[in-house]
Ligand binder design. Structure first.
Ligand code: SF4
Length: 357
């Protein structure tokens, strides 16, 4: 493991003792011989977080050494966006890719938002520009434009509302129009179109990680395990992969599925660090990991997080005029989501009242 500074923290007896409870959480996925290289970073990052009143928001695709040892909040894009609205920390360290840090900045304009590697991009976010969206709007007048959260702030600023894979169907259904433009992920749009009567128009973007999976590959896994395998896939996967899967949902949905259903053996068809993160907590399920890594997510490492805390950089900024417009699209999504949660809560309370009566 290399560090961007020449002040590499050292493994000492004190650090070994102080980090022992943390190692306990990851011992099934991080070998003990690796811990002496990791623990000094964990100890120093956790110390500096307190000193600088910083919070670490980590996406489900972070490696277990980040996800389970230094993150304050973990989740999918939707969960992290919500957490970004709730934190009272002065500094947000976004352990994910650039568009996620931008979303946190939009929701917290007065806070310092940092992404430990500015080059952590996303093939979906780079597949479309603000000018492309303006051209789409001209070509489809009156059709609302829903952007997946995996886009730049400039693109969000041109759209009516955001969505994530966790709430995409509800967002589309919340719109009055019978036709909706859903950008930029063609596969997510295709998955949504199977669950709504609305006409879905899309863009030819795709995730470079999920598009590598194939239905044929999954059928081979089924054959190898004689059918005794549960396949769960992310909606960024191509249609033949989703057809072959037993369940399709956001990263949070996939994690909940694994934790709630606890099948004997799961193949998680998504970025492979997520299987490690769930495996660290769910010990009675065997995880099969076809390892497709996201090169952008993997740019985020403990040494870079430590460097970010030491220097409070690199800071993510968004042009205030763009931010004001992009924020409307993100807040519109969060409003639909809150309304959905309120309805679910009301329904649950009504059921409880009926049972008591
Ligand atoms: S996994 Fe795909 S969608 Fe997620 S950040 Fe990487 S390239 Fe983008």
């Amino acid at each position: 493991m290399t560090t961007p500074t020449n002040t590499t923290p050292k493994f000492t007896v004190e650090i070994e003792e102080a980090t022992a409870p943390i190692y306990d959480k990851v011992k099934t996925v991080i070998p003990d011989f690796e811990w002496p290289a990791i623990a000094p970073y964990v100890a120093e990052i956790n110390r500096l977080k307190k000193e600088k009143n910083a919070v670490i928001l980590a996406h489900n695709y972070m490696t277990p050494d980040i996800f389970h040892t230094v993150a304050d909040y973990v989740g999918d894009s939707l969960g992290l966006a919500r957490m970004a609205t709730e934190t009272d920390a002065d500094v947000i360290i976004q352990c994910g890719v650039h568009f996620m840090a931008e979303t946190s900045k939009l929701l917290n304009p007065s806070k310092t938002v940092i992404v430990p590697d500015m080059e952590a991009g996303c093939s979906l976010a780079s597949s479309i520009t603000a000018a492309d969206v303006r051209a789409l709007r001209e070509a489809h007048p009156g059709v609302p434009i829903v952007t997946y959260v995996n886009t730049s702030a400039e693109v969000k600023a041109e759209c009516d509302i955001c969505c994530t894979s966790g709430n995409a169907v509800e967002i589309i259904e919340s719109l009055e129009s019978d036709t909706v433009l859903c950008i930029p992920d063609q596969y997510l749009a295709n998955w949504i179109s199977k669950q709504t009567s609305k006409k879905i128009l899309t863009w030819a973007g795709s995730c470079e990680v999920h598009e590598r999976f194939t239905g044929e590959e999954l059928r081979k896994y089924r054959e190898q395990y004689k059918g005794d395998i549960t396949i769960i896939a992310h909606p960024e996967c191509p249609p033949d992969v989703i057809e072959e899967a037993d369940f399709c949902g956001s990263t949070a949905g996939m994690i909940n599925y694994a934790k709630d259903k606890r099948p004997k053996r799961i193949l998680m068809v998504t970025e492979c660090s997520m299987s490690d993160n769930v495996a660290a907590e769910v010990h009675d399920v065997e995880f099969i990991r076809p390892c497709n890594l996201c090169p952008h997510m993997k740019r985020i490492t403990l040494p870079k997080i430590l460097e970010s805390l030491r220097t409070l950089g690199p800071e993510v900024t968004v042009d205030p005029e763009v931010a004001d417009r992009a924020r409307l699209a993100v807040e519109a999504m969060l409003a639909v989501d809150e309304e959905r949660e309120r309805r679910i809560k009301d329904k649950a309370e009504t059921k409880t009242t009926q049972r008591v009566a």
